[in-house]
Ligand binder design. Sequence first.
Ligand code: DLL
Length: 440
Amino acid sequence: MNDALATAVAVERAPRARVEQLQLERVRRVIALISERVPLYRERLGRAGVRAEDVRSLADLRGLPFTTKADFRDTYPFGMLAAPLEDVVRIHASSGTTGKPTVVAYTRRDLDVWTEVMARTLLAGGVGRADVVHNAYGYGLFTGGLGFHYGAERLGAAVVPISGGLTERQITALRDFGATVLCCTPSYSLHLAEEAGLTSKDLKLRVGFFGAEPWTEGMRQAIESRLHLMALNIYGLSEVIGPGVSVECPERRGMHVAEDHFLPEIVDPVTLQPTPPGLTGELVLTTLTKEALPLLRYRTRDLTALDPGPCACGRTFVRIGRIVGRSDDMLIIRGVNVYPSQIEHALTQIPDLEPHYLLVLRRERALDTIEVRVECRAETAAAGEAALGALATRAQRRILEVVGLTAEVAVVPPKTIERSVGKAKRILDLRAEGEGARNS
Ligand code: DLL
């Protein structure tokens, strides 16, 4: 490990007072930067009368305005950037709430920070030069693939950049290249285990980093017993950097937040007031070192709790518990974030369809599937089966374009989807039944 990385790793065990002093200095710098460079923040902080020098303690952060996903939509594509495009060297994107993605950008230094936090993430699982890292997170606009890639390379491990999908090829590579580290979504790891069958015992896997979607302790047990590895939970989100925000240590009692780069708070999602330590609320993150896309109090919508207590591993960085839900309606299907409003947006662009739909979620052989049932117009219903089939194909293509996910589409006759008196019921989630069947 070289000096810079060794120093970065040492900070994970620094006394709390030093960590908090560092955070305060960095928060002030972030506020000065965004007030100068980002019109949205200049206006918002100006209206609140906040200047960097007014923030005298971390507690003062509580009075500052939040940032939300809607801010990205309203300033699409580059309005949130604090650096000129000339200084941007990478762009990624994640799902927006409607047709437009959420765009995120990185300067050269941001990529260095991301690489560092990902190297530290992998170090938490003991990854080093002798390891072969099978990276089945998607490469592309999704941050998972490249995030893990650079972190693993930084440690001198051998990366297999296999990306997602083509399961048979994955199993051959896992076996033939002697992978010791597995990086993918927890559901995909179970799918791999199922496809590899009993031979998974022959694999050399030692540790896995699973995240990008919610999972449970039950799933951890299933993954560990089927793939014979230690399964660690990793959390992150594109807006904030991608993977690398927090990861479990081998104690596996919550995920340490990389607090020298990201400052966590938990707030009540309704009152937006801080919740006491240990109570579940919405995770809010402030970036402390990012140049292209610094964010002040970003509402992640992820529900979890903070554990500031000491950890047997010696790290002093606080931990967040498993993500237990969302304070909005975002779904995660095979690692892809999906908002029902995006699907609605896609469907309403097809004139022969009615805006009455139901999303049916199932779990088949460890993988989530989504079926979109949508009503057609009365005139179209009479056009015959071939016409309805063609309509379903059109809808499927449009959903793939907007959401980036293949959904099964069933076009059904008008007025066959149940209407509700209050809030429309758009989601029928049958996944727990699938999971039960799989674990039994
Ligand atoms: O999922 C980044 C990532 C890649 C994390 C690889 C871990 C591993 P997004 O596509 O922007 O980024 O999705 C972020 O996914 O707000 C959570 O709702 C969910 N999520 C991420 N990690 C976990 C986890 C990446 N460990 C959104 N448990 C977040 C539960 C998770 N949910």
